[in-house]
Design a binder for this molecule. Sequence first.
Ligand code: ADP
Length: 158
Amino acid sequence: MTKVMYPGSFDPITKGHLDIINRASVLFDEVIVAVMINSSKKCTFDEATRMEMIRLSTAHLKNVTVTSDHGLTINLVKKLGVSLVIRGIRAVIDYEYELQQATANMMLDDSIETLFFVAKPEYSFLSSSVAKEIATHHGDISKFIPDEIQAIIWKKFE
Ligand code: ADP
C-alpha cells in the first residue's frame, strides 16, 4: 500500500493544489495532506481553518486525509510511515526552491523520496497569494478557489 504525504502551507488551498490532490488520489492508495506550520511565515488563515478548508474541498475523495504539524517535514513523514512526499511545480521559479527542499530532506534521510507533479497549464500561474489578492479586490475567485470554501474566503475578505 503506497501512502504519500503532500505538505504545504495551503493558505488557502486553491484549485491548483486540489488538482494535485485529485491526481495523486488516483495514483496512490492514501494521500495525507499536511498543513505545515512555519512560525516565520505569516499566514492569513489559522491552522484549524486551513485544515477545514482542505477537508471540505477533498470530501469527495475517500482516500485523502488531512493533518498538520509544526516540525520538520521529514519527522512527520517518519511518524506517519509515509514512503513518498509529493509537491507541485508550476514554473522554473518553483524549481530551485523545491530542489533545495527535496535535497535537504534527502540529506537528512535518504529513504525519503520526493515526487513532483507538473501543474496543469490552467493553474500554472495560480498561488494562494494570487487568489487572496483577487479576493482582496473582490474579483471573481471561482476559477481559483474550490467551490466548497468560497464562502469562507469571502467572509475573510468582505
Ligand atoms: P509552501 O509554502 O510549502 O510552498 P504552498 O501551499 O504554497 O506551500 O504549496 C504547496 C505545494 O503545492 C508546493 O510544492 C507548490 O509548488 C505546489 N503548488 C502551489 N500552487 C500550485 C498550483 N497552482 N499547481 C500546482 N502545484 C502548486
